[in-house]
Design a protein. Structure first.
Length: 202
């Protein structure tokens, strides 16, 4: 999980050459992972872009950020991520979620039963991974419960449909950023100096 402690989210709405250049820069700056957004018709194809990044980098992890089960069949997603994992020497990872208006809206797709569709897609991907142990990350929305607590720290029960997620997950990671709630220049500089969770959008 250490390579996921710092990462860069890239929206491939530039040319492939520009996005690949940004990925190489992220690697040179020491980021552990590059997440390529999948926003449907608004961006370049996520898997083509990831393939180009895989051939142009050496060590950075390369993943989706994120794919949904509506616009692409999970069997095709599994085949694509496995191919990129082979090409990159085992550096690929897959991030699944229910998708949003940018990816689903232009295609006229309604997000019906999102949890059911994500769980089914996850199961298909797990079955088709075969000999390629690609990490699969599922993103889930939190309830507003952390905002009502004094320390604002998320708990497992704050996850939407937490029972189903606990059943499917090998590991659950809850992200909390103290600098969001306790801002100070000194505190922020300490976080930056330690290289703690940092995500940037180009």
């Amino acid at each position: 999980m250490r390579e996921f402690a710092s990462g860069v989210l890239l929206a491939p709405n530039h040319t492939a050459q520009v996005t690949v250049g940004l990925a190489r820069l992220a690697e040179e700056l020491g980021y552990g992972s590059v997440w390529v957004a999948d926003e449907g018709t608004k961006t370049r194809d996520v898997f083509v872009t990831m393939t180009a990044i895989a051939t142009a980098t050496q060590s950075v992890r390369i993943g989706t950020g994120l794919v949904n089960p509506y616009t692409r069949h999970p069997a095709l997603t599994a085949a694509a991520i496995a191919s990129i994992d082979e090409l990159s020497g085992g550096r690929a990872f897959l991030v699944y979620g229910a998708g949003g208006s940018l990816s689903l809206g232009p295609l006229g797709i309604e997000r019906q039963k999102p949890l059911v569709h994500v769980r089914e897609a996850l199961e298909v991907c797990r079955r088709l991974r075969l000999e390629t142990p690609v990490p699969i990350i599922v993103l889930s929305q939190l309830s507003r419960a952390p905002e009502t607590r004094s320390d604002h720290r998320p708990q497992l029960s704050d996850l939407r449909e937490s029972g189903a997620l606990e059943q499917d997950a090998d590991l659950v990671v809850l992200i909390y950023r103290d600098d969001v709630y306790n801002r100070s220049e000194e505190h922020t500089s300490v976080l930056q100096s330690r290289g703690l969770i940092s995500y940037a959008v180009f």
